[in-house]
Design a protein around this ligand. Sequence first.
Ligand code: TA6
Length: 296
Amino acid sequence: ERSKGINGLDKIVLREVRGSSAEVYLYGGHVTSWKNDHGEELLFLSSKAIFKPPKAIRGGIPICFPQFSNLGSLEQHGFARNRFWTIDTDPPPFPTGTPPKAFVDLILKPTDEDLKIWSHSFEFRLRISLSPAGDLMLTSRIRNTNSDGKPFTFTFAYHTYFSVSDISEVRVEGLETLDYLDNLQNKERFTEQGDAITFESEVDKIYLGTPTKIAILDHEKKRTFVLRKDGLPDAVVWNPWEKKAKAMADFGDEEYKHMLCVEAAAVEKPITLRPGEEWRGRQELSAVPSSYCSGQ
Ligand code: TA6
């Protein structure tokens, strides 16, 4: 249902019959909460998040479009997360015909101001839904609606902040042995070691050509987040650690211990659409009990 959230910003609350829920702000098309059927919050949202345009909300799932990071002339991560989206009154059909119980369809189109900084017309449709099992699904459909015949090229990420008990007891599985660009070393290319990734300092890596499924294991909670993706070949892993955390005004000094970003992305090979063409990028998040014990 639609209501007023922080600072009177419009938000939509999705509720699944078995108790799971999600919240999305029209500002940024930004998912800020995803709770399981026990009411546990599964996404990280900074206690210092500034819900005040034009600043992006710190946490949840920022939408990075039409530019990931500083890979281009736009502001960091593009501008989709800094704009007011609207309810899509002409949403795409549901694949199975029958819509899930809990969903919302949002749309973003460029304003005249946007066209001055990125001279392309597009329709960005974002569907957010909860499955009966409480999985959170995001589907992005981006269509080139240029009338001048011009194609456009973009990079993209679901900049997902997972809530974790203790970053020093988290492992990520699925990225072993892959190549990555290290944002802490001028985006130079390296190859990841052979076993699960663990965390003891700042990490900011763009893994290339990643599998459709990545697992994030939280030892204390005995819980595994499973991220499934389609149309998003790369995955960004980021934890700012202590020094960077202190340098961010909208991020608590200790909060790096309780979050990890794993971001389904299309970065290495930017996506080009000709007028009329549409791209689709999906991610599906689930949180499942896991028997993981650290040191395995
Ligand atoms: O997640 C990767 C990253 O590009 C990091 O380099 C860091 O800048 C992070 O995004 C957060 O960016 P933001 O603009 O939201 O502060």
